[in-house]
Design a protein around this ligand. Structure first.
Ligand SMILES: Cc1ncc(COP(=O)(O)O)c(C=O)c1O
Length: 368
């Protein structure tokens, strides 16, 4: 008789499921027998990383027989100087995903509550579940925007962590620093408040310097090299927080969680401001182009900040299938209860043209 391993797993496993990423290009090519595909499903940077980061990785590649620096000293020094913070305020992770997971596990366990927005980035719910904590999921007032008042009102004595994605993925909404500060002022001082700024670089002009303009004892600002810096495949994220919060979270961090190539790539990418600012400008103009095209078609699902746009249509499942038939991979949002939406990552100018041409043809087909 085979063993029932679920009965042996920790209790929260039953309510957990693996994160479902955007469909990889290789999977679509295999499924559809295609020779090329355009992936607009994971909010990646279509331009690649800074060439300086590539050279840094090439130069370091022969040294991977050695373990990396477990404290990532050079990267911490670079980030501390860049943000004007102390190095002991920096928590580094294998992607900001790991940073979020470690922080939630450090502060929330059985009987504790983690508050987030229902259509906030899905990893908060997964991390809370994995930690055995209770998720408190607050509906958006308008279906898209975090309801900060309701979130603050949901905080109880049991609340250990509050997560705000700003801009949010997948809804693309942004709160300015004054709204965020008013929210922070309503929260108890002993709650950890994660402001997840994975898309910060794309909105830096609108947002301002959140690291120095926001204040709360439990404030954690989380950032990533996966989006504007184009290093999603390297997995580098970090958080800036009170030094004691960082020290406690470091107890849960795996040894050598930032691999050697990731560390050198991130240092080089951070140093190449010119490159990242140029890519941010490219992204933002292409995002405006996609938004105005979707608006003209009457399909714009809302104003998005970041590197993605929302398409809203009652036949999204069919549009998804037909886009994939053409080798274009968007992200379905049914897992967020948004079955009428597709999230389209902003690609290069050519990729966006391909998407818009495909979409126009599909819309014509659906009208036949
Ligand atoms: C809002 C948000 N936070 C965090 C992440 C995690 O990114 P990474 O682990 O690549 O840093 C993502 C990725 O899409 C995101 O959209």
């Amino acid at each position: 008789m085979s063993m029932d391993w679920m009965a042996r797993a920790v209790p929260q496993t039953a309510g957990l499921y693996p994160y479902v990423p955007g469909k990889p290009v290789e999977t679509l090519l295999r499924e559809k027998g295609l020779s090329r595909a355009v992936k607009l499903a994971s909010n990646e940077n279509p331009y690649g990383p800074s060439p300086k980061a590539v050279i840094a990785m090439q130069n370091a590649a022969a040294g991977v027989n050695r373990y990396p620096d477990g404290d990532a000293n050079l990267l911490k020094e670079a980030l501390a100087a860049f943000h004007h913070v102390n190095r002991d305020q920096l928590l580094l992770g294998n992607g900001s995903n790991e940073v979020l997971d470690i922080l939630i596990r450090t502060f929330a366990g059985a009987g504790d509550e983690v508050v987030f927005s229902s259509r906030g980035f899905i990893v908060y719910a997964l991390a809370a579940q994995a930690a055995g904590a209770t998720s408190v999921s607050i509906p958006e007032a308008d279906g898209l925007t975090h309801d900060l008042d309701a979130m603050a009102a949901a905080v109880t004595e049991k609340t250990k962590v509050v997560c705000v994605a700003n801009p949010n993925n997948p809804t693309g909404t942004l709160h300015g620093n004054s709204a965020l500060q008013a929210f922070l002022d309503k929260l108890p001082r002993n709650v950890v408040v994660i402001i997840d700024e994975a898309y910060y670089e794309f909105v830096a002009d609108e947002q301002g310097d959140s690291v120095h303009e926001l204040s709360h004892p439990g404030l954690v600002i989380s950032r990533t090299f996966s989006k504007a810096y184009g290093l999603a495949g390297c997995r580098v994220g970090y958080a800036i927080a009170d030094a004691q919060i960082v020290a406690l979270a470091n107890r849960y961090r795996e040894p050598f969680n930032l691999n050697l190539l990731a560390q050198v790539a991130a240092v080089a990418a951070l140093d190449d401001r010119e490159w990242v600012m140029a890519r941010v400008a490219d992204n933002n103009s292409q995002r405006e182009r996609l938004e105005s095209a979707l608006k003209t078609l009457g399909l714009l699902g809302g104003r998005c900040f970041g590197n993605f746009v929302l398409l809203q249509h009652s036949q999204c499942a069919e549009i998804l299938r037909r886009l994939e038939d053409r080798g274009i991979i968007p992200r379905p949002l049914a897992p967020y209860g948004m079955a009428d939406y597709l999230r389209i990552s902003v690609g290069s100018a050519e990729e966006n043209s391909e998407f818009l041409q495909g979409l126009n043809l599909i819309l014509a087909e659906l009208q036949e």
